[in-house]
Write a protein that binds this ligand. Structure first.
Ligand code: DOR
Length: 424
């Protein structure tokens, strides 16, 4: 039996039916639904399935915070059909075996494509390169490498990593943060508010100097660097300049950095503790402008689930990170009112798929394309309830907020993973 999606508005524009058969979109247009499974999509916007360049799934090692299965469930509920699983698990994804294990867990869960990110350095230690080539040649086919959570701060190591991954079209996703400027006790953005609250902070320039160094290393090596979770106006300036020079740099911004600011720290609520930290209004405005004009290529969640016993502490001691898979699309829609659905598809699906080299993902909804898609109610206004989440963790900064638009159905490889907002 085939699946027919009736009357969806493709990218918020023309309305059409979609016939899905054998995992692909077989027809787009006017389809006779008789005898097929039907999804009524009148009033819903159809987008290609979302692709997240930056997800922490915590398995292996911290299955109390998230597993590949629960993270995949949260991703499907958020409209995702592919996520890149960051390497800072226990053990670290720094070998081919470890990468293949994450990839297999993703296939067993079967709700989204789980594509492992390989560590750049062994044990995230920052010194010795991990098994980059073996991970790339493994069944997992790793293309994105990152020590995320930590910066590859040694310029020589970064240079070697860029040279190495160039051979197979890989990319280094950098957590740009100079550790000597950030300091080990810092817990938020350094500025007027951190001073007033008595919290140790680190300045935006700790990010900017690494972004500047890395674009020059990308030019020198002829390789590709991707700037993870850009958070400052200064980083945007550097990236804009580097792109104008033709350097091979791409960048992502998180939904939280598009909407939340340092002011939220005045209640000392550790929910708002994240790395890179929430920044002042001026940075948020620059990030929004950069996403709108294409300087920032993609939105990535940095979904970072944490168990209560790691997060519910005094601000200075709590873990960094917030969950975000289930709310990303509504947050982007709410923060970026002027963006069209085609723009949203570009920054949340097409471009991230291209950056990660995921061929079957992020494709236009045309006959012959793999059937990965999401159907969104564009006018729904939903109040976020952290306890309604599929994630095992509750560090949700959007709890109680109203956001515009709602993911109604998700289809992964022709199979409905989410129906009417509920896991199918
Ligand atoms: O807030 C963060 N949490 N930033 C990171 O870079 C790592 C992440 C985590 O793994 O919890």
């Amino acid at each position: 039996m085939a699946l027919v999606i009736k009357g969806a508005s493709l990218l918020g524009e023309t309305s059409a039916d979609l016939l899905i058969r054998d995992h692909v979109i077989a027809e787009v247009g006017s389809v006779d639904a008789a005898g097929h499974e039907v999804i009524e999509a009148d009033g819903l916007v159809a987008l290609p399935g979302l692709v997240d360049l930056h997800t922490h799934l915590r398995e292996p090692g911290r299955e109390d915070a998230e597993t590949v299965l629960t993270g995949s469930q949260a991703a499907a509920l958020g409209g995702y059909t592919a996520v890149l699983a960051m390497a800072n698990t226990t053990p670290v994804t720094d070998t081919a075996e470890a990468a293949v294990r994450v990839w297999e867990l993703g296939r067993e869960a079967g709700l989204v494509q789980v594509q492992p990110v390989g560590a750049v350095t062994r044990g995230l230690g920052g010194e010795e390169l991990a098994e980059l080539g073996l991970m790339a040649r493994s069944r997992a086919g790793v293309r994105v490498f990152s020590d995320d959570g930590r910066c590859v701060h040694d310029a020589r190591v970064m240079r070697r990593a860029l040279e190495y991954v160039k051979a197979f079209g890989g990319v280094i996703s950098q957590h740009s943060q100079d550790p000597t400027l950030a300091g080990s006790s810092a817990c938020c953005h350094e500025g007027e508010i951190s001073g007033r609250l008595g919290l140790p902070g680190w300045p935006g320039v700790a990010e900017e100097v690494v972004v500047a160094r890395d674009v020059m290393l990308a030019r020198h090596t002829g390789s590709r660097v991707h700037v993870a979770h850009v958070s400052t106006a200064g980083s945007v300036e550097v990236i804009r300049w580097a792109k104008a020079q033709g350097m091979a740099v791409t960048a992502e911004v998180t939904p939280h950095h598009l909407m939340l600011t340092t002011d939220l720290l005045t209640g000392y609520d550790p929910t708002y503790k994240v790395n890179p930290p929430l920044r002042p209004d001026e940075d948020v405005a620059a990030l929004r402008a950069a996403l709108a004009d294409g300087t920032i290529d993609a939105v990535a969640t940095d979904h970072a689930p944490h168990a209560r016993h790691d997060k519910e502490h005094a601000f200075t001691d709590a873990a960094f990170g917030m969950v975000g898979l289930e709310t990303a699309l509504p947050v982007v829609r709410t923060a970026m009112e002027a963006m069209s659905w085609a723009d949203i598809a570009r920054v949340m699906s097409h471009t991230p798929a291209r950056i990660a080299g995921l061929d079957g993902q992020g494709q236009a909804l045309v006959p012959g394309a793999p059937a990965h898609l999401v159907l969104v109610d564009p006018s729904a206004v939903v109040r976020v309830d952290r306890d309604a989440s599929a994630s095992l963790s509750r560090n949700n900064p959007w709890h109680g907020r109203e956001l515009t638009s709602r993911v109604v159905h998700t289809v992964y490889g022709g199979r409905v993973t989410v129906r009417d907002g509920v896991l199918a």
